[in-house]
Structures are given as C-alpha cells and as structure tokens.
Design a protein around this ligand. Structure first.
Ligand code: GLA
Length: 383
C-alpha cells in the first residue's frame, strides 16, 4: 500500500510526499450514544486510509483517489462541498477546517488509497478525514493536538458530507492504541485504554455488502428525535442537557405520553448507555459471555426500538444467535447496511464462515464478505 502510493505520487507530482495512515474502526458496544453525550467503546483496526501529500507553492489543490481512478483539481479560495465525488469532500472538508481555524492553508497535492471498505460501517470517511488533517498539520507546522484534530475531522463530516455524526469515528481513528479499546466519555472527552482480552475469541466482521440510501438522512432524523426527547424532559427538569442525564423514569413521565416513537428512540439510547457501562465491567473481568449477551441486546434495540437495522443485518445476527461458539453479535455503526460485529471462538471461525457465506447468498442474493479484525494504533506518519 505504502509503496504503491509513493510510486504513484512521485510519478504524478515529481517529488517525495509525506505519507500518513489512518485506520477504520470497530465499536464493541455503545451505538448511537456518542451524539447523546454517552459512552462508546471503539478501537482502530488493521484497515486504513493512506494519504500521500506535499504542499505546493501556489493555491492549487490536486487530489487523486488511486483505487477509484478519479481525480479533481480546485483552488484554496474555491473550497466548497461537491455533490458528485464523496471522497473529495472528506479531504476538502478537512482542509477547509484549517482556514476556518485561522490557519494559513496553501495549495497541496494528495494521493489517496484505502482498504477500509466503503459503506461497511467501518468509518472509511473518518479515516480519510483524520489522515488529511494529520498530514496538513504536519506539513503546515500547525502544531495542533490530536484532540483538536479529532474535532476538525468531525466538522469536515458535518460541513462537507452533511452527516451530523458524533465524535466516535474520528476519535477512534486518531487515538487508537494497539490491542486496546477506548472507553470514551463523549460528554467530557475523558478516555481510558482498556486492554482487549478476548480469551480465545476473535472479532469477526460480516459485511452485508449493502448500504441503503436511507443511511445519512435517517441518521440526522434520529439525532433530531433524541433532541426532541431532551427538550420535553427539560421543560420540567431544566438541569438535563442530553440523553446522558435522562432516566427511564423521566421518559415515562415526560416523553411517553407525548410520543410513542420518540419514547422508543430515546429509551434505546438511555438503555444503551447503561448497557455499555456494565459491558465495560464484563470486559475487564474477562466475562466475554456477559458482554456478548449485551451485544445481542444492543442489536435487538437498534433493530426494534431505534430502527436503524435492515433485513440483511438482522439475518446475519439471527443466523449466529444460537451458535454456542458465537458469544455476541450485533449490527455496528450508523446502520442501514454495513457490517455485523461478532465475538467468535477462534477455532470455530472457519466452520462458521463456511456455513454462513452460502446461506447468506441464498437468502439475500448478495455476497457476504468477512474480516477478522485486529486492533491497531491510530493515525500515524508512515513515510
Ligand atoms: C456513525 C457516526 C458515529 C456514531 C455511529 C453510531 O458511525 O459517524 O458518530 O454515531 O454512527 O454509533
């Protein structure tokens, strides 16, 4: 990957670039909790975006996506979101954050390659954003902290991709640590690295290979539904700022009588925040069975209460539910397609794949792909 991007950069732009690698992520538990000021438990994985970059002496920006065989050119003063090539938004949106923060941005050349599958719920976009911000920070000598860069990468997604995402994906990509998950409090941004000791189990990702078009519009709708619930609670409980501060009793009193739908949405989030906290204890005690049970419960909530699953994801979770070698499984990420995350006994992985692949193909008329995720470091310079 590194060699390929280096050669391509030199042949196109005639000079040596800086190369930055930024990974995709998984999330063990804690879904749709980040934008509600709750907790998440993500980790960076061994799939990553690589960006090769050098500054120019003029104001031109030249971008190439090697895998997609696409390229565009623009100028620093013309930075704006585009509607056709989504990958350019992640790079341009990240560059725009430098201008917005009053940091002088010059023209630059960039070549991108990535093996984070697109639309798989592994944060391929956050990986590109973090790689871009990190590379520009190095080249411009801006001296930004990693935390500041996480915020800039998140804003790029809001402002250029139009998805009002929480902070989990960019945080995990930038801050990941080998063999550890990050227990992140999305309210205070305090975090701890928790060793991921899976005691003979591995993280297997099954990719539905679908991404339903609802994904980004419904994501923003869910966010607004959560805000609505908080608004109703606040009318009586003014100290409440987010669903993090809300209890199920408050939902019974102030939300349920007004809207069954908003009650279901917000109740999922309140329960999920609690579920994660106990799940963290399970993990630290090495109780994979208890953690796995919570993952199944999370899936049930995401599917029935939060309604961000789809028939392909539900099928995959149902298939493994009664398999004694699968401790836990659930859809992962924003939803409406992408991957399920499964905790599978190491010596049973092969047999599971052999049975689930053809069954999925027959039931859904789609190809199933799988990845065994290993946990890696976050954004770093690799060349
Ligand atoms: C997407 C968003 C994240 C998070 C998850 C759901 O991945 O980018 O911020 O909200 O969905 O947990």
């Amino acid at each position: 990957m590194k060699v390929k991007i280096l050669q391509e950069f030199i042949s196109r732009f005639g000079r040596d670039p800086l190369i930055v690698k930024s990974p995709g992520r998984i999330n063990i538990i804690g879904e749709h909790t980040d934008y509600n000021n709750g907790f998440v438990l993500p980790a960076a994985i061994d799939k990553a975006a690589y960006i090769a970059m050098s500054l120019r002496d003029d104001n031109e920006i030249h971008l190439v996506a090697l895998d997609l065989n696409e390229s565009i050119s623009t100028r620093v003063e013309d930075l704006k979101p585009t509607t056709d090539l989504s990958w350019t938004n992640y790079i341009l949106g990240s560059a725009a954050q430098f201008q917005k923060n009053g940091l002088a941005l010059s023209g630059f050349n960039a070549v991108l390659v990535s093996d984070v599958p697109i639309g798989a719920g592994l944060s391929s976009s956050a990986a590109i954003e973090c790689a871009t911000v990190f590379a520009l920070n190095e080249l411009l000598g801006a001296n930004l902290s990693r935390l500041t860069m996480v915020g800039m990468a998140q804003k790029a997604e809001h402002e250029y991709a139009g998805v009002m995402c929480g902070i989990m994906d960019q945080f995990a990509s930038m801050m990941g640590k080998k063999d550890h998950v990050i227990r992140l409090d999305c309210q205070s941004l305090e975090y701890q690295y928790v060793p991921l000791k899976l005691e003979g189990y591995k993280i297997v990702l099954f990719n539905t290979n679908v991404k339903h078009s609802l994904a980004s519009s419904e994501y923003n709708t869910r966010r607004n539904e959560c805000i609505q619930a908080v608004d109703w609670v606040r009318q009586t409980e003014p100290a409440v700022e987010s669903l993090r501060d809300v209890t199920e009793l408050m939902l019974d009193q102030y939300v349920k009588p007004k809207s069954e739908l908003i009650d279901r949405r917000s109740r999922f989030v309140v329960q999920e925040i609690e579920r994660l906290l106990i799940g963290c204890l399970d993990l630290s005690e090495g109780n994979i069975q208890a953690l796995g049970k919570k993952m199944f419960a999370t899936h049930e909530g995401l599917s029935k209460m939060y309604e961000v699953s789809c028939k392909e994801l539900d099928w995959l979770v149902d298939f493994v539910k009664d398999n004694p070698n699968v401790m836990g499984a659930r859809m992962m990420g924003g939803g409406f397609g992408g991957c399920t995350i499964n905790l599978v006994k190491e010596d049973a992985i092969e047999a599971l794949i052999e049975s689930i692949e053809p069954a999925y193909e027959q039931a859904m008329h789609l190809t199933l792909t799988f990845y065994i995720a290993s946990i890696e470091n976050g954004t770093e310079v690799v060349g």
